[in-house]
Design a protein around this ligand. Structure first.
Ligand SMILES: Nc1nc2c(ncn2[C@@H]2O[C@H](COP(=O)(O)OP(=O)(O)O)[C@@H](O)[C@H]2O)c(=O)[nH]1
Ligand SMILES: [Mg+2]
Length: 228
């Protein structure tokens, strides 16, 4: 008897999130802001790559970042080194970001003098998790999923919901590929099996490989349709 009630509640929460995300999407469009939702397992290298992207893109593009974690503002402090506006969202244990949290933090930020209208690309680093963020639209323009060479080539097929909802896949930490015996062909096959034709960029935040290519793709996402 209780099972249908659980399903109803979940559906209700997701419906509420979708409505809020639709409102955010309109707000981002009106502000001319492209929003990039970065999703991956914990430790894949979201923050380190984002620090590089913010630093590189800031020369030509107005960038900012919201970063979600269960606890601490460690990542916001790391990202602030890039000089762009950065705000931490502490989810207090929740395993994903929701549209409501993004909206609340944007409003609080605006009160502090932050101006969304002046931002071209707003990054949102999601909570590290390969399951829950898949179901929560944040009103983003692009969802970018990261898979590091140390994580196992078959993660896309184990967590298909998240990988199939992404617009771009980034294979991170390629500087470690040889050390861990990374099977690049197997990883690409796994990515394309759940998301055929997905744009894939291979990066190393250590050597800087692929970071410029990814920055260009994020600045001009229209090129995605050409490459897909
Ligand atoms: N070798 C190597 N290590 C990396 C790279 N990117 C991140 N790391 C390391 O991986 C760990 C997790 O990175 P972090 O950016 O915090 O991952 P997040 O949890 O996805 O935000 C840290 O120790 C980073 O220094 C990379 O490209 N190459
Ligand atoms: Mg992080």
């Amino acid at each position: 008897v209780s099972a249908p009630r659980i399903v109803d509640l979940r559906a209700g929460i997701l419906e509420k999130n979708d409505l809020l995300a639709a409102g955010l999407r309109e707000r981002f469009a009106a502000a001319g802001t492209s929003v990039v939702n970065l999703v991956s397992a914990p430790g894949t290298g979201k923050t380190e790559l984002l620090e590089q992207l913010l630093t590189r893109m800031a020369a030509t593009t107005s960038v900012a970042a919201l970063v979600g974690d269960c606890a601490t503002d460690n990542d916001a402090r790391r990202l602030a080194r890039a000089g762009a506006p950065v705000r931490q969202i502490v989810t207090e244990g929740m395993c994903h970001l929701e549209a409501e949290l993004v909206a609340q933090h944007l409003d609080g930020w605006n009160l502090d003098g932050f101006d969304l209208d002046a931002i071209d690309v707003l990054f949102v680093e999601n909570v590290g998790n390969l399951v829950c963020p898949a179901s929560y639209d944040l009103g983003e323009s692009l969802r970018v999923v990261l898979l590091s060479v140390t994580e196992g080539e078959d993660k896309p097929v184990k967590y298909p919901a998240l990988f199939s909802s992404a617009d771009i896949a980034v294979i991170t930490k390629v500087d470690l590929a040889d050390a861990v015996g990374f099977d690049r062909d197997a990883a690409l096959a796994a990515l394309h099996s759940v998301r055929p034709g997905i744009a894939v960029v291979e990066t190393s935040a250590r050597t800087g490989a692929g970071v410029a290519e990814l920055a260009d793709l994020l600045r001009a996402p229209a090129s995605l349709t050409a490459t897909a």
